[in-house]
Write a protein that binds this ligand. Structure first.
Ligand SMILES: *Cc1c(COP(=O)(O)O)cnc(C)c1O
Length: 357
């Protein structure tokens, strides 16, 4: 019997990946030139499905790169001269903050303890150029409501806003116009093999990159926004890209659109409800995130007062792979991914097994 990966990245592959990958090999797609017409059509197709799935306005750019971590670095380089402000409540939001520091900027961090969200009235340094939100903190299972992020946009309209949706995409419905930069990698919510990041950039953020470059600030080389845009205009990337992921993104994205995003979102929501109602109904696995409004539908984190190691191995023996706690919570929590690739019957099986422990 095959395993089901409930790990929050890499995770369960979307069910159609296997068929598409076999077809790609059969059609020798993985050997074609990344300057060929076949590639360019595939690139356009992948950009189009991202645009449709996330309702990205035509004036926003969509770039492909190595990973979400790379996206963090490119975002800071291209939009921040001195100061970004980071909402830090876990490991990935902290990573984004540290990237800014390591690039020699002077970032501010607004910090709350792991497992918590943010109030709508945090004090932001007025010289902040970019506000950075990790919409779904994979290390803790905290999701920030979109309204909270829009409230900051409303209050600080001159600041650019970046949002990491690696472990929630494509679940949240986003009003892209209220944001400047949205990014994710494909091995979590999209259920694809790891190795590619997707970066969505507003005209305002593009302008900032040009402004910084003209001013003599380094915005990087082959993956600067203007360089990626130059190649993007030709439906290409500056370097040899991850053709396999671009191919699969186009195919799996089309499958998701065929199923219907409403239906996919409804299934994720009902699986999340089933998991949270089970965890609420018992006392062995207390839910880590106390405040209901911040509980992530796509990464569910529970405490394991008796330790997580044994539970993880019992589940694994039943072919269900769940994530361990992250960083300081390793051995103390379970992290369960609930992405579009996860089938309701497998979620039910997971709940049944947890109930029997
Ligand atoms: C996994 C993850 C990342 C890093 O993604 P990579 O593709 O490994 O670079 C960044 N942010 C969040 C919220 C994540 O879950």
């Amino acid at each position: 019997m095959k395993k089901v990966f409930f790990t929050p990245g890499p995770s369960q592959l979307f069910p159609t990946v296997e068929t598409h990958l076999k077809q790609a090999i059969k059609d020798q797609i993985l050997s074609i030139s990344h300057r060929s017409k076949t590639y360019m059509e595939m690139h356009t197709g992948a950009v189009d499905v991202v645009r449709k799935i996330l309702a990205v306005p035509p004036v926003y750019r969509i770039f492909f790169m190595g990973s979400a971590t790379e996206a963090m670095e490119r975002i800071i380089q291209n939009t921040v001269e001195k100061k970004s402000t980071h909402f830090v409540n876990g490991s990935f939001s902290e990573r984004f903050f540290l990237v800014a520091k390591e690039l020699g900027k002077s970032p501010q961090s607004v910090e709350v303890p792991w497992g918590e969200g943010f109030p709508a009235d945090e004090k932001i340094d007025p010289d902040t150029e970019l506000l950075c939100f990790t919409q779904n903190e994979t290390s803790t299972g905290v999701a920030l409501p979109m309204e909270l992020i829009y409230a900051y946009h409303k209050k600080y309209p001159r600041m650019l806003i970046a949002m990491d949706i690696v472990s929630s995409v494509p679940y949240p419905v986003i009003d892209v116009q209220q944001l400047d930069i949205i990014f994710f990698s494909v091995q979590k919510g999209f259920g694809l093999p790891a190795g590619m990041g997707v970066l969505i950039v507003s005209p305002r953020a593009m302008e900032k990159a040009h402004y910084l470059r003209a001013k003599g600030v380094s915005i990087g080389s082959y993956h600067s926004f203007p360089e990626m845009a130059k190649y993007g205009d030709k439906s290409q990337t500056p370097e040899t890209p991850n053709v396999e992921d671009i191919y699969l993104l186009q195919k799996v994205g089309a499958d998701m659109l065929q199923i219907g995003m409403d239906q996919i979102r409804r299934r994720v929501a009902s699986n999340a409800d089933a998991l949270y109602s089970f965890f609420t109904s018992q006392k062995i696995f207390p839910i880590f995130v106390q405040s209901r409004q911040f509980r992530s539908p796509t990464v569910i984190v529970v405490q394991t007062p008796q330790g997580s190691e044994k539970i993880i191995s019992v589940l694994k023996a039943q072919q269900l792979v769940v994530g361990d706690g992250y960083g300081p919570y390793k051995g103390k929590q379970l992290r369960i991914a609930n992405f579009p690739a996860h089938q309701t019957r497998d979620v039910k099986k997971l709940i049944r097994l947890l109930r029997s422990l």
